[in-house]
Design a protein around this ligand. Structure first.
Ligand code: BGC
Length: 468
């Protein structure tokens, strides 16, 4: 809004030289995803050194891994509280500032308590930005590029994880875990500065009754469809005013909520993050040495994750979501069982055929995850719901995802001690089999359907069920 005294405010300033606005929005999406991946993945290579530095056992190590996830649960709840009040843009700027403070604090932490608190803070930043960034992108990008930009966010999560692994390897020769952690400051600074130069989302302007400002942003990003976008946003906002949390569990919306929440539960309870966060430990158990060798094996996991996600992006609109989910879940069930069996046969000494099977099975597991359960829950959370409840519904599904992630990451090392590696991985395989049943009976195919058609499908099914 222009200042009445004629002073230029931020909302006028972004206007100067905005040709590359969409590109800059994509860069912001990229940075938020990159930071998500980096700050969750970086711990894998740093954990052993942190454990040595502070004399930690399994519980202490699990706490270092999980504090970030607890923070993310808090962050996604905070996001819901601030995102409408201060706006998407300022929420992202706030998350950038918290990312910077958290990265510095974790790198200089004098003790494990301080490290846990610093990692919790980083988690809050991740939680806020994982809600705010996809929402900002969805609301500001032209319709034709929305899906692409949301998927781009998941791709950047995997690239962030890979960057974290390579960064860990670079500092592993002397066990410099503090340097591993400080690297996250750089993208956070770019996010903070980059966001300052971008406009607020037009939809937020409309929410605040600032239609003229909304129009100004739309004229830049989508000049040919300003009127239709304005009308659509107005309709969405009217619907949202009447939508409450209670409505989300009403018969008409409940099936969509079950699908979105269910997909996030399956995403986490098949154990992907035991591999993403604890990969060096798994490879070390398979005889691949400590420190650097195990971290290099971990880098290979990061590469496969990125490549398979690229494959998913190419296939998702062509073959559809359900075929990818069937292939992915079946492949995950088989590869998780292979990890379970091979670790039973591993001698724990020199590398045997069973250990090689473990490595290949871990690779296969990650690839099958990345073509299916990696991107699809994020995608479906944004496409299954009517626009009026989309924000709230997506945030509930995300919070459940973080809680699942927290549960699995915190219990993993303890489970290895308690029931052993085989039983642990067999139980993840069992979840993958249940996931197949879930997809078969409950998940609709959304490929090539408009958001309205998806919504009508759910309503028709719910009405048919109510009649029975
Ligand atoms: C999940 C993360 C996971 C990542 C791995 C994301 O979709 O939400 O928990 O670490 O994929 O690529």
């Amino acid at each position: 809004m222009s200042d009445p005294r004629g002073k230029k405010t931020h909302d006028d300033m972004w206007d100067s030289g905005t040709h590359g606005l969409i590109t800059r929005i994509a860069v912001v999406a990229a940075l938020a995803g990159l930071l998500f991946g980096f700050d969750t993945g970086v711990i894998s290579g740093a954990l052993d050194y942190i454990g040595d530095a502070f004399n930690l056992g399994d519980i202490g190590k699990s706490a270092v891994v999980s504090s970030v996830l607890l923070g993310a649960v808090v962050g996604s709840i905070v996001a819901m509280a601030i995102i409408d009040r201060i706006g998407r843009r300022r929420s992202l700027i706030a998350s950038g500032a918290v990312f910077i403070v958290g990265s510095i604090a974790s790198a200089v932490a004098p003790g494990v308590g301080a490290l846990d608190i610093a990692r919790l803070l980083l988690g809050v930043a991740i939680g806020i930005s994982a809600v705010a960034a996809p929402m900002y992108i969805t609301e500001i990008a032209p319709a034709a590029r929305r899906g692409q930009l949301v998927s781009f966010f998941q791709l950047m999560i995997t690239i962030g994880i890979l960057v974290a692994y390579v960064n860990d390897e670079a500092f592993s020769s002397n066990g410099q875990w503090r340097w591993m952690l400080i690297t996250g400051v750089a993208p956070a600074i770019v996010l903070l500065i980059g966001m300052r130069g971008l406009p607020e989302s037009p939809r937020w302007f409309m929410l605040k009754g600032r239609d003229a400002d909304a129009r100004k942003v739309l004229e830049k990003v989508n000049p040919t469809e300003v009127e239709s976008e304005m009308a659509e946003m107005r309709r969405g906002i009217d619907e949202e005013k009447t939508a409450s949390f209670r409505e989300l569990v009403q018969p008409v919306l409940r099936p969509a909520l079950i699908v979105a929440v269910g997909l996030f539960i399956i995403q986490q309870f098949t154990g992907i993050n035991t591999v993403i966060y604890y990969a060096p430990r798994i490879f070390k158990d398979a005889g691949f040495g400590a420190g650097s060798a195990a971290i290099w094996a971990t880098v290979s996991v990061g590469v496969i994750n990125v490549l398979a996600t690229l494959g998913a992006l190419a296939l998702i609109d062509r073959v559809g979501r359900k075929p990818l989910l069937y292939t992915g879940l079946a492949g995950m069930a088989v590869s998780l069982s292979a990890i379970a069996v091979s670790s039973m046969l591993s001698s724990g000494g020199t590398i045997t055929a069973a250990d090689l099977v473990t490595v290949v099975a871990v690779w296969a597991f990650v690839a099958f995850f990345a073509i299916s359960l990696g991107p699809i829950p994020w995608l479906m959370a944004s496409e299954l719901f009517p626009v009026g409840v989309r924000g709230k519904a997506a945030s509930i599904a995300t919070v459940v995802g973080w809680l699942g992630n927290l549960f699995i990451s915190f219990t993993f090392l303890g489970l290895l001690d308690l029931i052993g590696k085989s039983a642990t991985f067999f139980s993840y395989a069992a979840v993958a089999v249940l996931g197949l049943v879930f997809v078969w009976f409950l998940v609709p195919e959304t490929k090539g359907r408009t958001l309205e058609e998806i919504e009508e499908g759910f309503i028709a099914r719910a009405k048919a069920r109510l009649k029975d």
